[in-house]
Design a protein around this ligand. Sequence first.
Ligand code: HEC
Ligand code: HEC
Length: 280
Amino acid sequence: MPNKLWIAALALAIAPAAAQTPLERGKYLVEGVLTCGNCHTPRGPGGVLDTSKRHAGGPQVWETAEYRVHPSNITPHNETGIGRWTAGQIKTAIRDGRRPSGQQLSPQMPYAYYKIFAPADLDAVVAYMRSLPPAPRQVEPPVYKAKKMTVDVPPGATKPLPEAAMKDAAKRGFYLVTIGHCMECHTPVVNGHRDFTDALGTGGERFEGPWGVSVSRNITSHKADGIGAWTDNEVKRAITKGVRKDGTKLRPPMGYDWYARMTDADLSAIIAYLRTLPAR
Ligand code: HEC
Ligand code: HEC
């Protein structure tokens, strides 16, 4: 390589990271910790994501006693997606779980975990969603069987955290774990409500899919049942590569490929928070 290029490469390597634009921040969040596409991208045979139709909604269906829903087309397509929604309407859907018509969204869309969104991050997410290529794809309409659907908001997550808190690794980790809706999968439902009080992070939820059945694990600091005896690197490998401490492979629906795009600092913050979970 000619010398001049070497110097240019060096300069790049030592230059401080340029501040992210809102669009870059939105992409980092949506394609990383938020895993929006893990639900909103259609899956073909064998559960494989159809990456030619990212965020265009799914044939996947979730049915409970309260609802039967498919993930919506959230690309800016005017007829079949959210192309006609204003930025404010999209924010209301994400954070408050309400469509422009006023209809409550089913909690299968994890808006209970999005009330904590830092306003600038939510703006960034919306900016990114609106920049996606519009994909035409009609998704079957939802069926709501209950007048009001049960929504369990994690304690401490009903509103954005004070800005100062985001400088503390464990608190930032709590923020990331919340918007990453980790505890929705890793906390069991007891008597119709997610048991954040007595069973936060203890796992035990069953997920059926083309991968068979997977059961979420205990990710509290318990030494034997949780990840208390795992090193930080072992926890990072589990989150980003889907490999357990003993080397065995973890199965979906956890979005390992998305989490792999997180910065090391964000992964460390997540682990700092997980270490604070009481051992259970
Ligand atoms: C766990 C799966 C899941 C994740 C993760 C998820 N969603 Fe959803 N989302 C859904 C489902 C299911 C619906 C449809 C709910 C219904 O019809 O009641 C939905 C609905 C929506 C809607 C309303 C669209 C419409 O046409 O009514 C928007 C907007 C949306 N999601 C955006 C997002 C964004 C942005 C993210 C990432 C921050 C995200 N979703 C993450 C499952 C998910
Ligand atoms: C959509 C549901 C879902 C979400 C969201 C989710 N997980 Fe998981 N997670 C699982 C399941 C299921 C397993 C077990 C898979 C298996 O055994 O094959 C698992 C396994 C793990 C493991 C391995 C633990 C062990 O003992 O093997 C860790 C660590 C973990 N998750 C942490 C997280 C963190 C941190 C987040 C958020 C950034 C997260 N998970 C989000 C479902 C989820």
